[in-house]
Design a protein around this ligand. Sequence first.
Ligand code: PLP
Length: 381
Amino acid sequence: MKFGTKAVHAGVAPDPSTGAIMTPIFQTSTYVQEAPAKHKGYAYARGANPTRNTLQQSLAALENGKFAICFSSGMGATDAVIKLLNPGDEVITSNDLYGGSYRMFKRVFEKYGIKFHFTDLTHADNVKPLINNKTKLFWLETPTNPLMNIVDIKAFTDIAKKNNILVAVDNTFASPYLQNPLDLGADIVMHSVTKYLGGHSDVIMGALVLNDEKLYQELAFIQNSCGAVPGPQDSFLVLRGIKTLHLRMERHCINGRKVAEYLKKHPKVGKVYWPGFSDHPNHEIAKKQMRDFGGMLSFTLKDDSVEKANKLMVSVELFSLAESLGGVESLISHPASMTHASIPKEERIKSGLVDSLIRLSIGVEDHEDLIADLEQALGKV
Ligand SMILES: *Cc1c(COP(=O)(O)O)cnc(C)c1O
């Protein structure tokens, strides 16, 4: 089955008791048993819920995986992966990482004796000197937030296999429509389902998708033991969102390209970060591992000042100034003062995250209107 057909149909079947074409919202905490421990696979809803199960089957199909587990947030999903590790284990990850992942690794898990190396992963060879017999996990994110760097997933899974290291990929920015890390040898895919999969800015959820049954059992055990499960109403909303994932992504990609090209030519704009440009440092890798380049991009102003960036962000009318991404509506944000404010200024600027850097999540509106809005706002700075 091709992607669009899977988005509409995979994992979903009419409800056997009524024929309802949409999976019902099974709003229940427990299930009546015929005799002690004799039930239909559902005992208590922390362990399993039919609405959630249907969503998990759909997500597994979209990522070409065998198993999916949905969590109450993207961070809940990431938390479960790190809990596979033991004190003394080491993780290698990117120095250009979702801020919440960095915070969890550093401030929650380091004190349990897990060591995290944050390094530049845009060249896979950079990782080799850091590998030792305690290295248990590569945590990759590509494209990265907000600088849209690209990590070569296949190069990392090749290195990992030789060294018995698990590879987890945060695939949030790409969505399963653009990139399928399991096909490139990754062991675990993580999604903030909150973003493109949900797609309508109305749900917080996370997911893991994988092929290995033993690893699946371990992660399901961690989830049931620790409790970060999503509710059936949210599962329903994401099931509904997924039915148009391919249509939304097509439009996000078209609009992303139009806006990126417009900004690149604008006299007040400095750099535009978007992996679809042929002069993006890892454009060839992006072309190899992604179906298209998505609707996320960042740019700077030639006049690099917080004041100018702020002026632009309060001058837009169609874009909303907000954190998050991947919804149908276009958003604008200022990483230096919002999502990445906790990084010391010197380090931030070294990595390219300057004061005027602005991040856009391009929605599915008409691109002419989005560009007209940016044009009038840039005219005011
Ligand atoms: C939002 C996000 C997360 C965290 O997901 P939540 O659903 O907000 O917990 C992780 N990684 C990336 C890349 C994200 O954008």
